[in-house]
Design a protein around this ligand. Sequence first.
Ligand code: EPU
Length: 336
Amino acid sequence: MNLFAPADLTPLNTLGLRSHAQSLLRIDSVAQLEALALGRAFMDGPVVVLGGGSNIVAPQEVHARVLQMAIHGRERVGQTADHWLVRAGAGEVWHDFVRWTLEQGLPGLENLSLIPGTVGAAPIQNIGAYGLELASRFHSLEAVHLDGGETRTFTAAECRFGYRDSVFKHADGVRWVIVSVTFALPRRWQAVKGYADVARELEGIAEPTPLQVSDAVVAIRQHKLPDPSRIGNAGSFFKNPVVSATQHAALASAHPGLPAYPQADGTVKLAAGWLIEQAGWKGRRLGPVGMYERQALVLVNHGGATSQDVRALADAVQADVAQRFGVRLEPEPVFL
Ligand code: EPU
């Protein structure tokens, strides 16, 4: 039976915010979702699609219909001259999928090890870490439209990937629900080890194996980032802001030591964690929430927080960073 039922969302969001959903439904198959959408089940109101709950700020009462994506499966589906094609269901746990690819001898995703969440959520914000973005290992994805149940394939270009961005975060994409993702993994693999933390962790290993790169990334993340099963968090809470070359020049002369990453289009990406730390928020709390002591970019729930607590801290951090640097920080997770 395809029945929506009330559910406690608290264990389903990695920030661990106290939250309740009036109607939640577990989606186990593409056919189930297509049938519901075809039957116009979602036409009369807002819908929230939940992956691993690692990128949402959930209010105490969620009035929208919540779809909990649990479509599983992972397989090699083909090859091109340069790539192995590997497909996974949207409900697969991201890190387990990454490790499975490595066990199958299909490397390429190892720099994205240990990122919380699911395969289906990964393209939405084009997850990226340690010198690699999902977009560079992406082949295509399948999605079902909530209004009518049309199922279609999106190519990389159609996903309009950007830094922590894709079409699925914008008005023309939000009603598409990703049901599976196909990755293009390089047949001639080379380690991506340019990122300073990774290079340091792999020091002394001239030619690391994919598993060694994965283990290095896991070690770095475990050291810097809180484990959501122990301390509630949603990973980076703000995006790294991108400013013009002119604004960067002014900031750099006023603030020696400002980390900066020049982009291909002439703009400059700044490190939000550095700005937040300089503004005095690293390790500082406001009520039950705070900015993590080892990585100021991560907002943590020390226990019992609600979305209002998160909003209050996010506002305070944004205000202080804006006042000090004239830079506006934009939250990365989605406020439901
Ligand atoms: N920094 C500080 N203080 C801090 C945190 C960072 O000074 O508290 C400085 C660091 O010293 C470094 C720079 O900021 O110079 C960048 O720090 P880091 O390498 O830790 O990376 P990040 O820019 O803070 C981004 C991603 C992470 C990803 C890492 C590694 C965003 C919003 N975040 O963080 O992604 O793991 O790079 O590639 O782009 C996530 O999105 O949830 C996430 C964890």
